[in-house]
Design a protein around this ligand. Sequence first.
Ligand code: GLU
Ligand code: ZN
Length: 295
Amino acid sequence: MNVPAYIGRFAPTPSGYLHFGSLVAALASYLDARSVGGRWLLRMEDLDPPREVPGAQDAILRTLESYGLQWDGELVRQSQRHAEYQALVERLLHQGLAYACTCSRKQLQGYHGIYPGTCRDAGHAPHNAAIRLRVPELSYGFIDRVQGEYHQHLGREIGDFVIRRRDGFYAYQLAVVLDDAWQGVTDVVRGADLLDSTPRQLYLQELLGLAQPRYLHVPLIIQPDGHKLGKSYRSPPLPTDQAAPLLVRALRALGQALPGELEQARPAELLAWAVSHWDVGRIPHSRTLAEAQLR
Ligand code: GLU
Ligand code: ZN
């Protein structure tokens, strides 16, 4: 069988438009795939309709196209995968690996986001309850291609985590692991804000007997005051008529040594240069980068 050696993906959430930080992550993922002749897939992570901004899905697709980031194959939407997520949740419940939690937000205050295990053995019915996955008292770690070694003790630092919310929507952690495996993704390239989600995903992969992809977390672009760019902060959407200068800036954020004469080039030329000169070793080994320094 001719299995492609590299399958990458970009997986935006339509709770907002693409911003400069998403461009840096999308570009890194695209270049990492294309530089080795790999496939690059697009998956819309539309798991949370109440938080979806109307028109954001279309705007994201149009932005990627105008920046020359052409994906392979059909767009996949997580909203079309509920049956698979539900089957998995039921299986995990049935196996006793997951359980229903009826804790209110107020009850969980004071635990710093680490679930104290209140409902572990309560035997609540799964209706009108969140479903949590039991985590082992173990540390999960991996070697990130840019950030280096990263470890997290799931019991002490996370606790049993939600895989289906009380309102019935599926959690990112569950869907991302299932879909990366289903789509045959070999390489996850994304923002460093997801570094601390990775150990949960490693545990799920182990539990489900799924292959572990390679990981590369690019620095998160932040505002001078330390805020992350994006949804809550309402950073401006990427202008479709500024593709070339913003690609230049994104390449600079990724440490790529773009020759001066290409600074006026068109998006297609910039991408062609970047694909053939992609150098992961030049990406800054830092979790964050201040946007102002890149102008
Ligand atoms: N949908 C996630 C986000 O937009 C990214 C998921 C991933 O790359 O694993 O933050
Ligand atoms: Zn609970």
